[in-house]
Design a protein around this ligand. Sequence first.
Ligand code: ATR
Length: 276
Amino acid sequence: MGLFFCVIGHPIEHSLSPWIHGQFLNMSGKQGIYRTLDVPEKELGQTLQFLKKLEIDGFNITVPHKERIIKYLDELDPLAEQMGAVNTVVHKEGKWFGYNTDGKGYIRSLQSEYPDLFVDQTDKKALIIGAGGAARGIYFALMDSGFKQIDLANRTVERAHQIKSSNISTDVFSLQEAEEQLGIYDLVIQTTKAGMYPNVHEHPLSPMNVKHRAVVSDIVYRPIETTFLAAARASGARIHFGHGMLLYQAAFSFELWTGIPIDPAPLLTPLEQKLK
Ligand code: ATR
C-alpha cells in the first residue's frame, strides 16, 4: 500500500504542498498521495478523529490550526514546544508526534544559497522584521544555528518583546528605529505580510540604508520579488527569496515521515515558474 499524507488548513485551495510533496514522492521513488483538507476551526477535532482511524502516515497543519493542534498530540518536539506551534505531525505506532519545520526549513534555504553567513556567525548581527508566528520560528532556528545577536523590529513593539529569549542578545525596535540603523546588520529578514499579494506596493520599512553585500531576505513568495527585495537589491544587498523556505520546510516534513532526505534545490526554478 502507498503512503497517505495531507495538509489541513482553512483556506487551503491555493496550497502548493500537494505539488511539492508529489515531486518528493517521485524523486524518492515512493508510491503515495498527498491531499488538501479544508477544515474550518470548529471541525478540527472531528477531522482529526477521522484521520486517526484512517491511519494516515503524517500530515501538515497550517493556518489557523498550528497552535490548536497541540492538544491532540501524544508528543511534542522541543523546538515546536518553544515555538508554541506545529506544522508537521508524524504517525508512529498509533501515536502522533508534533514538529515544526518552518524555522529550520528557512535556515536551510538561506544556508544553501549563502553559506558564508553561517561561518563565524557569532560575530554577525541579524534583524528580524515582524513578530508573528513566522518571526518566532525563524528567531529560534537562527539562534539554534549559532547567531548570538538577533534584533527584532515590529509595528507593534510589544509583540516583539514577547519573542525575546534570554539566551542571546536581542534589542527590540520600532520599524522607524530599525530603518535608521539598518546599516549595522549582516542579515535582514522580512517576515511581515506587508508586500504580499495583493498589497504588492507595501513594505514595512525602506531598506535603502542596508549594509553593502548584507543578505536581505523576504519570506513573502507571492510575488517572488517583493517591493522590499527590489529596493534592497538596488541598494547593493544580496537578496534571498521566500519560496525556498516553502521547499525546505516541506523536505524536512517529508524526511520526518519517510526517513528519506530530499534535496529540494532542483525544484526552486519549477516552483518559481508556478508562482509567476
Ligand atoms: P504570521 O504567523 O504569518 O507571522 P501574524 O502572526 O499575523 O502572521 O503576524 C503578522 C506580522 O506582520 C506581524 O508582525 C504584523 O505586525 P503587528 O504585530 O504590528 O500586527 C506584521 N504586519 C502585517 N501587516 C503589516 C503592515 N502593513 N506593515 C507592517 N507590519 C505588518
